[in-house]
Design a protein around this ligand. Structure first.
Ligand code: SAM
Ligand code: SF4
Length: 332
């Protein structure tokens, strides 16, 4: 199904997809490079692109989206904090009129140095990825990462005064699935909300279904009560439960398809708009900008691409693993 194109100014909100969903949330991959290379994320052969967008080009793209109704922006990657100009990228985006909320997803390796400057640049939320509290397991998952600086980065973020901090863990059978209770305690002790993500088919590893993780936690005697206020499309893809130490989130792309309430648009690190995490390239925004496109022409290209946004991802269909683009380029 293709949405009819508007006859009015394409910059005027709302920004609708083919299913009539209003898009308010933009995820920008600011690089496809990473200093970790986690087993479940990095493709087997990977070469980072050199031709990344500049801070000015990010600002331009975000300002077009903001005029169309986008209010929340997340920077992701690859590892966003390895960009030497990440503070300028954040400052420029945070200052775009209409942007109410700027978040970053990071592996924490550079947070010891950057947690405070990023908050001062206008970043309001951090999602931090940590899969284990064991250095050996860390080394097994991310061959190039530094465990000690990651933990120091998390402590720096906890002390930096962010409005919201989340700790994201990809649960993998036989790798880190026995650490879930310890990770919950670790996160709550630092004021972070722990969340567990079902492994999607981008790399190696065996997923653990959310229902099984919840049951295992309850079997250990942990009280977990569904938190209805923190569920549903408005709360995002995570389903939250209340534990004695605070909330615990579960993101279940495989067993509870969250696409129905999707309000997200993605721009990959090469500047291509992707209408869906499980979809294909739809609008080459970087090429259009460098070709001198006006804001209205960019907005029209965005609307055309979103007219083809699918109803849901296709992770559970046979053959999906080979059809998907790299997680490093799209940014999760
Ligand atoms: N480098 C940053 C980080 O690790 O937080 C940001 C980019 S990373 C691609 C964003 C998120 O995607 C991380 O929380 C990571 O754990 C998650 N992720 C990567 N590969 C995944 C997969 N195959 N299944 C589920 N989540 C995945
Ligand atoms: Fe890098 Fe994040 Fe992917 Fe790990 S999950 S390889 S830290 S981009």
């Amino acid at each position: 199904m293709t949405a009819p194109l508007p006859s009015r100014d394409p910059l005027t909100p709302p920004l609708l997809d083919a299913q009539g969903r209003t898009m308010t949330y933009l995820r920008l991959s600011v690089t496809d490079r990473c200093n970790f290379r986690c087993t479940y994320c990095s493709p087997a052969s990977w070469g980072g692109k050199k031709d990344l967008l500049t801070p000015e080009e990010f600002e331009r793209i975000v300002s077009v989206f903001a005029r169309m109704g986008i209010r929340r922006v997340r920077l992701t990657g690859g590892e966003p904090l390895i960009r030497p100009d990440i503070l300028e990228v954040a400052q420029r985006i945070a200052a775009v009129p209409g942007v109410e909320w700027l978040a970053i997803t990071t592996n924490a390796s550079h947070l010891e140095r950057l947690a405070v400057p990023l908050r001062e640049a206008g970043v309001t939320q951090l999602n931090i990825s940590l899969d284990t509290l064991s250095e050996d397991t860390f080394r097994r998952i991310s061959k190039q990462g530094d465990f000690a600086s990651t933990l120091r980065g998390i402590d720096a973020a906890a002390a930096a005064g962010y409005a919201s901090l989340k700790l994201n863990t990809v649960a993998m059978s036989g790798v880190n699935d026995t650490e879930v209770a310890a990770l919950i305690a670790y996160a709550h002790a630092r004021g972070l909300t722990p969340r567990f993500i079902e492994l999607m088919p981008f790399g190696q590893g065996t997923p653990v279904p959310t229902a099984e993780l919840v049951k295992r936690l309850q079997d250990t005697g942990l009280s977990l009560v569904p938190d209805e206020a923190q569920r549903g499309p408005a709360a995002g893809p995570a389903q939250y439960w209340r534990a004695p130490g605070g909330l615990v989130g579960f993101i279940s792309p495989l067993t509870q398809n969250f696409c129905g309430g999707c309000n997200r648009v993605r721009v990959a690190s090469n500047g291509d708009l992707r209408s869906c995490l499980g979809g294909r390239a739809q609008a080459p925004l970087h090429t259009l900008i460098r070709g001198g496109a006006t804001d209205s022409e960019l907005a029209l290209a965005i609307r055309q691409a979103l007219g083809e946004k699918p109803e849901g991802h296709r992770f559970t269909e046979p053959g999906t693993r080979t059809a998907l683009l790299s997680m490093m380029g799209i940014g999760g």
